[in-house]
Design a protein around this ligand. Structure first.
Ligand code: ADP
Ligand code: ZN
Ligand code: ZN
Length: 818
């Protein structure tokens, strides 16, 4: 009897593919194993087996597979089910989910680029003949495509060889690699080796009598060594001897002193390190924990709403402990892994090497290792901490699923497909495993809280900060009034400056928040009013003062700052609005003594730039940190007593139905960075609209009120949570084709769904990278079947694609979160 397999290939085509296999292969194959297959004329792909059967395809003759790549499945049945759910719900193909879910190393294909891994020594004796051929080819040519390798070795079954070479670390794949953060090295000072003996020392001190500054340093070093056995940091010596870096440097150059470094690991867990016991919970945490357990007993997804710094993490720790006792796996999802070194080291203190970190930007080897450890339910990956892609791992027995900062919009993937929301997809995953699911936030999303109110989700709360520290005192400052009375210095009100002075005098740290990077958003001609635009996108260029450039934040286009107006030639140019860069410059002028840094997309592009800034701020090397919303995400600084919001209005005026909810969350979160440990913190919010209801609700911590108003408003305008929405984006380089196509699609939708279709409309930025954009919004009552609606939309897309002129128009779906 002929045997066949159905495969999913990592490509954006709707259908699955059938290949033929031998009887022997059919007996070996199981769903979730990989096979390499020929595709089209000359392509090779890696596919995942969905099922093995005996039904020959009717429309075409099935090709034979090249080879089976696994002995056992590397993808579980639950995963395949989960991925199919993601594909259906978020309206993409299973292939697109697979592409995004599996580490690249699992999906070798003809176009994959292979390089020699220069970090390993290769013992040529260990390589089989065919492996050696590949290795040798890579000595002559630094990069090869997989299909080129196939030609060199002269066989089509090339993927098993490459898989073996990957395992042996002989080759690596070309991709963007994100290495784990290597902690910064602190410089320490000791006496040069040739001065260790007493005699040499005496001579040294004599010789230094003519250089009083230098001998001061050497004596200070002795004094410090007398009181402590610890290494002496260069900075410490500088302070103790009341000298300068230059003096120490010259002593080092003369080899009288020696500079050395000690590695302080933050991320890599040292297995010899003692694991400490979890902290004892206070009564409020205890109460919350009990309520969570009760809700878990009813098998409910549960929300923990705890004010900032209430100690939610410690409650999670207790739940994790309980789950580990049952020998089950834990998944801890976070909105952004780069910002969580703090949390990771905290959890590593308790759980040591049981923690694995998973991130789509980690290198291939690391990701494959974590994948395999999770698949085999290894001790080393019992707790997985990760950003959204971690929910694609092959858990075999997930007992607890935590989604921290569940309100964060970065849980939504916007590009490429699957455009899923990790919190929602995680809840589905958790229910497939029958695991316990906890969402945590100080400012829950309206959707989640709505589910609590409807009785669908369980609920627990902590209303006090740990250690009974008061919630920060939030003050609104009317800058319109201040400007009228000429009481502003640049963008700083008198009130903010007063508080900054106080904080600096007390040796406390300050965070300043401005939700816009760059120097000033726009450059404007005072003569004709022209503002320079991006040639590729329909937006004004942003002025970046440091590089004297105009930059586009959508496509990266940049040009030198013009000396005169492009339109009228006038040299009278001025800037409008302001960004973090301008705030930084003003701060430097206003507080010349203070140590200041900035954290935004521009300062954190380099590898580990985030971690470096966070470490410097933690270690109090900085007095003032200025930043965008990056600063709001779950950071726990001990010494911050003041948070200043430079201008709250740009948040509130964002054209999006979630703008008010987001402003409330962002402002509450950024305020929550203040006064976390001892003294009550202070927050100053500068605004032109001190009577805005959202700002009032932030100052008085009226989450309930905000929630009720938002739900009411969204019901009126048919937005979630009462309704469902799907946004369809059309994208094309030709303006007329785009318009016609969007009109065609939209009228087909209107025939089907009537008044619940809005558009087509241009978004606020209607052209990006020379592609024109148009949106259509479909709103559905919760009572309607979402499945049927999506099927109908897909059917319309099929007819749409049958029209030759429209075929090149890209159609992009965003479900729920738009
Ligand atoms: P949240 O995540 O709710 O903002 P954290 O979990 O970061 O709050 O806790 C805030 C601070 O309080 C942290 O520095 C944490 O170490 C401390 N903390 C919380 N709970 C306890 C506890 N039970 N015992 C000792 N310290 C605690
Ligand atoms: Zn002009
Ligand atoms: Zn642009």
């Amino acid at each position: 009897m002929a045997h066949f397999i159905n495969l999913v290939l990592p490509i954006p085509l709707e259908r699955n593919f059938t290949y033929s296999v031998t009887t022997q292969e059919a007996a070996l194959l199981k769903p979730g194993m990989r096979v390499s297959v020929p595709f089209g004329k000359s392509k090779i792909y890696t596919g995942i087996v969905l099922n093995v059967h005996t039904n020959a395809p009717e429309a075409y003759e099935a090709k034979e597979i090249h080879q089976i790549l696994d002995d056992v499945p590397i993808v579980t049945e639950i995963q395949l089910k989960h991925w199919q759910w993601i594909a259906d719900y978020y309206m993409c193909t299973l292939g697109e989910v697979v592409r995004s879910a599996l580490p690249n190393a699992f999906l070798l294909e003809s176009e994959t680029l292979v390089l020699r891994n220069t970090e390993t020594e290769v013992n040529e004796q260990d390589l089989k003949d065919d492996e050696f051929l590949v290795y040798e080819a890579l000595q002559h040519q630094s990069v090869l495509k997989v299909h080129e390798v196939a030609a060199i070795v002269d066989r089509k079954n090339i993927l098993p060889i490459l898989n073996r070479l990957l395992e042996k670390n002989v080759i690596k794949l070309k991709e963007q690699v994100f290495e784990q953060y290597k902690p910064k090295l602190v410089k320490y000072i000791r006496l040069g080796t040739s001065y260790m003996s007493d005699d040499a020392l005496e001579t040294l001190l004599d010789s230094l009598t003519l250089a009083p500054k230098q001998s001061q340093v050497v004596l200070a070093l002795f004094q410090l060594q007398a009181i402590t056995k610890k290494p002496i940091a260069s900075v410490e010596l500088e302070q103790a001897s009341n000298s300068s870096k230059a003096v120490i440097k010259s002593l080092v150059q003369k080899e009288i002193l020696e500079e050395y470094t000690i590695r302080v690991d933050r991320v890599d867990f040292d297995a010899t390190q003692e694991v400490s016991n979890a902290k004892e919970l206070n009564e409020y945490q205890e109460q919350a924990l009990n309520n969570i357990r009760k809700a878990f007993d009813e098998n409910k997804v549960t929300l923990l709403k705890g004010v900032t710094s209430s100690g939610k993490t410690e409650v999670y720790v207790k739940l994790i402990e309980a789950c580990l006792e049952q020998k089950k796996q834990v998944l801890y999802l976070l909105p952004e892994i780069a910002l969580t070194t703090q949390l990771i080291s905290r959890l590593q203190e308790y759980f040591g090497e049981k923690i694995a970190i998973y991130h789509s930007k980690y290198n291939v080897q690391e990701r494959v290792e974590v994948w395999n450890n999770v698949l085999l339910a290894k001790h080393k990956a019992q707790i997985v901490i990760g950003a959204r892609s971690a929910l694609f791992l092959p858990f075999s027995d997930l007992g607890l699923l935590l989604v921290d900062e569940e309100h964060e919009s970065s849980f939504k993937q916007f590009d490429p497909a699957p455009r899923y929301h990790a919190r929602d997809a995680a809840i589905v995953l958790g229910s497939l495993h029958a695991s316990k699911i906890l969402l945590g936030s100080a400012t829950p999303s309206v959707e989640t809280y709505h589910n609590v109110k409807m009785g669908k989700y369980g609920y627990a709360e902590i209303t006090r900060r740990y250690g009974n520290v008061s919630m920060p005192d939030i003050e609104l400052v009317d800058i319109k009034e201040a400007q009228r009375k000429r009481r502003m210095k640049g963008h700083f009100s008198e009130r903010l400056l007063e508080e900054m002075n106080d904080a600096l005098e007390a040796g406390e740290q300050i965070i300043l928040f401005q939700n816009r990077r760059g120097y000033a958003p726009v450059l404007e001609c005072l003569t004709c009013g022209h503002t320079p635009q991006c040639p590729n996108c329909d937006v004004s260029l942003t002025y970046h003062q440091f590089r004297k450039q105009l930059r586009c934040h959508y496509c990266g286009h940049h040009s030198a700052l013009p000396e005169s107006c492009f339109a009228c030639g006038s040299a009278d140019l001025d800037t409008k609005g302001f960004g973090t860069q301008q705030v930084e410059q003003e701060v430097i002028k206003l507080f010349p003594e203070a140590k200041v840094d900035r954290m935004d997309l521009d300062t954190t592009r380099g590898k580990h730039a985030y971690e470096k800034i966070i470490t410097r701020f933690e270690q109090q090397e900085l007095d003032i940190l200025i930043g965008t919303q990056m600063l709001t995400k779950g950071l726990d600084f001990r010494n911050v007593s003041l948070v200043g919001v430079m201008n709250a209005d740009s948040l509130l005026n964002f054209p999006d139905y979630r703008a008010h909810e987001r402003s409330f969350q962002l402002l509450t979160q950024v305020a929550g960075r203040s006064g976390r440990t001892k003294k009550r913190g202070k927050v100053i919010i500068q605004t032109y609209n001190p009577y805005h209801q959202i700002l009032k609700q932030v100052t008085t911590e009226e989450y309930e009120r905000m929630f009720a108003e938002q739900v009411y408003e969204r019901e009126q305008f048919k937005y979630p949570p009462a309704n469902r929405i799907i946004k369809i984006t059309f994208k094309h380089k030709n303006y007329n084709v785009l318009n016609e196509a969007a009109d065609w699609f939209c009228s087909a939708l209107k025939t089907n769904f009537g008044g619940n279709v809005l558009g087509p409309e241009y978004p606020p930025v209607a052209r990006i990278r020379n592609q024109y954009l148009k949106h259509v919004l479909v709103k559905m009552d919760k009572k309607e079947s979402a499945v049927r609606t999506k099927q109908n939309i897909k059917r319309i897309e099929k007819s749409f694609n049958a029209i030759a002129m429209y075929r090149s128009v890209r159609v992009i779906y965003n479900v729920d979160h738009i």
